[in-house]
Design a protein around this ligand. Sequence first.
Ligand code: ADP
Length: 252
Amino acid sequence: WEKISITANGKDEIAEMQLAYNQMIDRIDENMAKQARFVSDASHELKTPLSVITSYTELLQRRGKERTEIFDEAVDAILSEAGRMKHITEQMLMLAKNETIENVRFAPVNITDLIREVVRSLSIAYNRDIHLYEESPLSRMVSADKQKLYQAIYILVDNACKYSDKEINIYLVDKEEHVLISVHDFGDGLSENDQKLVFDRFYRVDKARSRKAGGSGLGLAICKAIIDAHGGYITIDSQLKKGSTFSIHIPK
Ligand code: ADP
């Protein structure tokens, strides 16, 4: 047998280990609580369209055969709510995939070309002008997962289109270590409190407005997960009734 004596130094080490262990347990608890909240929020989000679908199907069963206008209304509502459920489930899957950093495939990406693709697609979808300004000279190449970075920029520009009806400007700036992509709108803006919460899953400032615009409250959570996986970060600069600037800082 070998006697293990605990010296003053040994006691310190045990205390340190205990502290690290407690911190780890706290983090696991926190993550489990987050997961539980996500499951409960997701179920709630899916329950709403599901109950609309159920009520309209019952209405169809009772009166759909004799009244064509009821038939048309019910089928339209069912299709639209089913589309909504599809969108929410697709976004949840996207979030789950993007939260695992192993899925990111890095390759050289020309950031100007990527933003141009987003602008082209959204200016057609919303039939409005979106301006892109870039610093000159600019080193345009970043190491990124092209498809995911496209998604992240798309979400920010899509939000600018959804939540403002004025001008939208995108600025691309070279910052030595990283590239800065700022999406600037002159819409409603966000309060300081909302700025802290908008990256939370399912958080929406105005639920009705987001729902009308086809939103699910997951866009910014997905955007953040993608940028985190690239080792970058997002910042918000916003003022109520003046507008918002969402900026992605992406390492080169
Ligand atoms: P959604 O699908 O509802 O758009 P997001 O996660 O993308 O979900 O955004 C969360 C909420 O943040 C939105 O519902 C909206 O209230 C607010 N928001 C996002 N972008 C903007 C913006 N550019 N201007 C004002 N509010 C915004």
